[in-house]
Design a protein around this ligand. Sequence first.
Ligand code: ADP
Ligand code: ZN
Ligand code: ZN
Length: 816
Amino acid sequence: MPHFVEVVLPLALPKTFTYLVSEAEYQYIKKGMRVAVPFGKSKIYTALVIDLHQNAPTLYQAKEIHQILDEAPVVNEFQIEHWQWIANYYMCSIGEVFKSALPSGFLLESETIISAKKESEIDGSELSDSEFLIYQALQQQSALKVEDIVSILGKKNVFPVLNAMLTKNVLVLQEEVAEKYKPKLTRYIRLQEEFLQQEQLSELMEILSRAQKQRELVMHYFQLNAKEKKPVSVKQLLEISGSTSAVVKSLVDKEIFEEYYIAEDRVSFEKDDETGFQLSLPQQKAFDEIKECFEKHAVTLLHGVTASGKTEIYIKLIEECISEGKQVLYLLPEIALTTQLVTRLTAYFGNQVAVFHSKYSNNERIEVWNQVLQNSEKAKIVIGARSALFLPFSNLGLIVIDEEHEQTFKQFDPAPRYHARDAAIVLASQHKAKVLLGSATPSLETYHNVKAKKYGLVELFERFGNVVLPQIYLVDLKDKYKRKKMNGHFSDDLLEAMTEALSKGEQVILFQNRRGYSPFVECMTCGHVPQCPSCDVSLTYYKFKNQLRCHYCGHSIANPTHCHACQSVDLSTKGFGTEQIEIELKKLFPEKTIGRMDQDTTRGKFGYEKIIDSFKNQEIDVLVGTQMLAKGLHFDNVTLVGVMNADNMLNQPDFRSHERAYQMMMQVAGRAGRSEKSGKVMIQTYNPYHNIIQQVTHNDYNGMYNELVYERHNFKYPPYYRLVKLTLKHRDFDKLKEGSLWLYNVLVQQLQIPVLGPEEPAISRIRNEYIRTILIKIPNQNHLGQTKKTIQRVLNSFEAIAQYRAIKVTINVDNY
Ligand code: ADP
Ligand code: ZN
Ligand code: ZN
């Protein structure tokens, strides 16, 4: 009897494949090991064994595997089961899940390009002969394909050698950007302790009586210290005193001043040792209630207002869980948030904390993967963005999902288009683990599950340490414009509040949900608006670069001097984005430092971190940004948050726009006044009586929830219906139109549930591809699996039609 393995290939193929192995290999191989297999004409892929059997495939002749790559499984059975669930639920192939789950260093294939790692200094004696050959070859040539290495070594089986070299950290995969961000250290200065007493002061002045410059500098230091009540950086001191660093140096040499450094990613200046803290009474109560809820509900929602100290509650729960020897997964919606959290958690748990996300290098990700696989002490607690969900946990006790309402938990492209919160709940149930969802503004879906008693609920409605929730003020823009109380896009009220906060050395956040200078340019003579030639959108104006740019494909042109339709020179910009606010701010507050955080300023691996660091470090006084600012960041010194224009959030063509507007406004508002200094929020709007704006002002989550679920029910949307969205794309408008109509008609016939479309979306062409969408609404009471099967069957027939084959179809289950 021949022996076979069933493997998953890292490709978008709906099936698993059968390969032939020898009997010895059959005895050796375990599920979850990787094997290299030939596929197609000449390609070699890394595949995952998910089964061993003796059934020859009926449709093809099984090929032999190339070789075994592991000595022990790198993927466990929990994972295989979970990935199968994801593939099934989100209607993609398990190969796609496999591909996105494993660090790419685990997935070598013949086309993979590798290079030598730059900084690593290797002792040749640590390398085997084959490894040394590869190493040498890479000194001559900066990059090689795996195929090339096959010929260098004169053997087919090169994956094990490469795997070993990746583990030794001498190789990198080409796809990695070699950017490395070292957290900037800022030099601070303080008086040596012996001079802190009042009596010693005159003594100090005495010592310095003959060093005029040093004496002046010390005086400036006192002034600054008294005024700002925060650490004094050398930079700041030099700026104010007009002195030089030589003077600072002599004071340090004389041991009057002492220097110290603070990394900008430190959470706060005051607390040196965060290790010991006690839950406040309300926190303790919430903590006890959570544990009570867990008795009945595996999933519990902690609905706690911003800055209520949810993180501290998570920490106590995590502590209990790891003391029972279990693993913890802590999911965050945004990689940018990890730095702050890692600092907080490592302060408490030391090196039991590991971090895993897509911006980590391959080698770092492989290291964490292996630690989790071995259930190592170094990775008892894993912090990560959604992909951390795929790690080889074997003994999960708790999953914390912070900011559970965030839409970034949903993977958009490519497949698997999974929702990390929902997939995590399934993962937890496999491990019989608990899930804690945390949010100040829970998603309607989650809250609906609470009301249906599927999830437990714990509420925490006060901020930690008697800090009050910020006061929210509305500014009626219509009235302000009429009475000429506007300066650019700033109302007199907002300017006054800003001036006041800034004069006290406090910081300000301004929120505008659009980037660029203005979203479009319009001809005042004929009304022509310049459009992107490849996409169905108007071009955004960037003043600084004097360009018009497309946000969908990056196409840009020089800012036109006259209308391309009628030659008129009377062009005007419409609407405004973050760049325009930044420019206005520089005029209004010339002596303040203005920062901007949006997609245009946060490119690059550490784009976010750099801006967040310098804001936290108080090198920026006013930070203007898009919704990136609304995430769970904690800045001690921010007392004012301004929403420049609430209306464009409310007018989005999306059934979630009101829910999102509420969440976004509450979350940005939540950045204000998070420590002793009380906070203020100013919302500028043309619709101060809009329900959502009123609900935000009154912190009325329940009002918002009740109103919106009523609408969702009436208009057949989640949480009452599940959505499956099909997106069809093709360069040929007519073919797309015809194909999508065919698909729509068949779906309607087959499904007997609401099917909408085929619709031209608001942006109906991107990069010269036309787009149509079909939305299927599956009532909760319908059998989901059955309906999806039918949809899949229809899609299979669609693909079988020759003239439609070139139309690309993507499936998005639980579309966000
Ligand atoms: P949330 O996540 O609910 O928005 P955080 O967990 O960020 O709130 O807490 C807000 C602030 O209060 C943080 O600076 C945090 O360190 C502090 N804090 C919360 N609880 C405690 C506690 N029990 N002891 C000391 N500091 C706390
Ligand atoms: Zn014109
Ligand atoms: Zn474009």
